[in-house]
Design a protein around this ligand. Structure first.
Ligand code: PLP
Length: 502
């Protein structure tokens, strides 16, 4: 690596380490700052000067296109503590690091405050399965608001949403919360209450929200392996009952068997958003067997996989019914929500279970703590009922069609990556996808934004039923054009001749 390319690498990779918490990813506090030019062999035939010129030009184009978004980010930075606004900080690209400020959104399209239009593949971080502003949600919410937000009394839609959720998932009872984090915290507490045990198992690479008791990672190896907090502020005591194991490994199953008598729940993100191609069917089936045998609660965190690939989410992929499952995201149609569903005997920890009027029945089960001012928020409940009704009417055709369209996009792009020897693959599960790189590709995402494809900081992407064939072609063109332009500037040299971008 020449001195100049080394300098570019350093510029792009040696910014101050910024803690990255409160993300929909496993927080990678003090994570590595890999750089475009740093990956070995990447700049083999390239002129480092052309890379630097390219970066300068990209910064110019990016910031000229979105000056108001940038101004807003800077204007409020002193007062607004915003973890998302600093995800991926690097000195070399910091001029392009600001959240897009939106003006309006409809279907698969977004317009920013500078009047630029985007095809959105962020889709509300996985929330907007039906696109921005789906009529059936907007109408239901509008109708409710026309009668005042009824916070306090129960809305009938709450019971209807619970019934629909149970029907679609095949699970027995349902409780609502305000977020995925809240749903997982409550589910873990219910599992601990039901089993009388304390230990929780999660898997490396999964994300379960930002409650202290799931913010652990392993440190050390073999018999010296321990769980430590992922960041400052999380006390050691909060993760002392957490075991973080390798997803899909026999060792994980052995460890669970060894600690079985102390384990309350095994929490699984069935298809991890960071590794959509990791779908260890046999492992999950064995896990079901093992947990059943030892009376351990198997908890599926279906925050992203719920309803999206199939009505029964990842449970359908694995052919496995968990004891509890948690939901959120798309369930609320854009409004804050979380839900816990599962076996009645465990869910009875919320309210003591079933009883009737006019006889001598009473809530039979012991309860644990569950509550919150905004649980069953009327607007979220109305929206959830609308979402679930729509899903009931259109599943599984809706998911099958969207999955097939995502697979088509993957086939098109992966064919291109292979043919032109770019070191990445588009992997997907249902309509959720991600580019898995063998090299650092941060600049690709900036290029996509410049070309009008809305990507977000954690780089998990989603298609919606509102995306047209034209939208998908637009995304594919933007990916191809971005990579070709990067190659013409000396990045990712491949086996085929480089065609300079226009
Ligand atoms: N679990 C998974 C698998 C998630 O992807 C997320 C959020 O992205 C959560 C839990 C946390 O949900 P929330 O951000 O609504 O608290």
């Amino acid at each position: 690596m020449t001195e100049l390319s080394q300098r570019i690498a350093e510029q792009m990779g040696t910014g101050p380490h910024v803690p990255q918490q409160h993300s929909p990813e496993p927080p990678r506090v003090h994570g590595p700052r890999v750089t475009v030019a740093r990956t070995s062999g990447m700049v083999r035939d390239a002129s480092p000067r052309s890379q630097q010129e390219h970066l300068d030009d990209l910064v110019r184009r990016y910031t000229a296109r979105t000056p108001t978004s940038k101004r807003i980010a800077q204007r409020y930075r002193r007062v607004l503590a915003d973890s998302r606004a600093v995800v991926g900080f690097r000195s070399g690209t910091k001029e392009m690091l600001y959240p897009l400020a939106g003006r309006r959104a409809s279907g698969a399209r977004l317009e920013d405050v500078d009047g630029n239009e985007y095809v959105d593949i962020t889709m509300g971080f996985g929330v907007l399965l039906f696109g921005h502003e789906p009529d059936f949600v907007t109408e239901a919410v509008r109708e409710h608001l026309s009668r005042g937000i009824q916070l306090g009394p129960r809305t009938i839609e709450t019971g209807e949403a619970a019934e629909l959720l149970a029907e679609l998932t095949g699970l027995e009872r349902v409780a609502f919360a305000n977020s995925g984090t809240e749903a997982n915290s409550a589910a873990i507490r219910l599992a601990r209450a039901a089993t009388g045990r304390d230990k929780i198992v999660t898997f490396l690479g999964a994300y379960h929200g930002h409650a202290d008791n799931v913010l652990g990672r392993t440190s050390g190896s073999g018999p010296h392996q321990v769980t430590v907090p992922v960041s400052r502020g999380v006390p050691q005591a909060a993760v002392s009952d957490l075991l973080v194991l390798d997803y899909g490994s026999d060792t994980a199953l052995e460890t669970i068997a060894r600690h079985a008598d102390d384990i309350a729940a095994v929490v699984v993100e069935p298809v991890q958003s960071r590794h959509p191609s990791l779908q260890p069917v046999e492992f999950v089936r064995k896990l079901r067997e093992l947990t059943r045998r030892h009376g351990i609660v198997l908890l599926f965190d279906e925050m992203l996989t719920g309803f999206r690939p199939a009505p029964r989410g990842a449970q359908e992929l694995y052919g496995v019914t968990p004891d509890l499952a948690t939901y959120g995201k798309l369930l609320g149609g854009g409004f804050p929500i979380g839900a816990i569903a599962g076996r009645a005997d465990i869910m009875d920890g919320v309210d003591g279970g079933f009883w009737s009027y006019g006889d001598d029945s009473y809530p039979p089960a012991d309860t644990t703590f569950f509550g919150g001012t905004y649980i069953q928020h009327p607007v979220s409940m109305v929206a959830a009922r609308a979402v679930l009704t729509h899903l009931k009417e259109h599943s599984p055709h809706l998911q099958e069609r969207l999955n097939a369209r995502t697979a088509e996009l993957a086939t098109t792009l992966n064919g291109f990556f292979e043919a032109e020897e770019y070191p990445l693959r588009m992997s997907h599960f249902g309509s959720q996808f991600r580019f898995e790189h063998r090299a650092d590709m941060e600049l690709l995402y900036h290029h996509l934004m410049v070309r009008g494809v809305h990507v977000w900081e954690w780089r998990n992407f989603f298609l919606s039923t509102a995306h047209s064939d034209g939208d998908l072609e637009f995304v594919a063109d933007a990916v191809r054009d971005s990579l070709r332009e990067l190659r013409s500037a000396g990045f990712f040299p491949g086996g085929r001749p480089v065609t300079p971008a226009p």
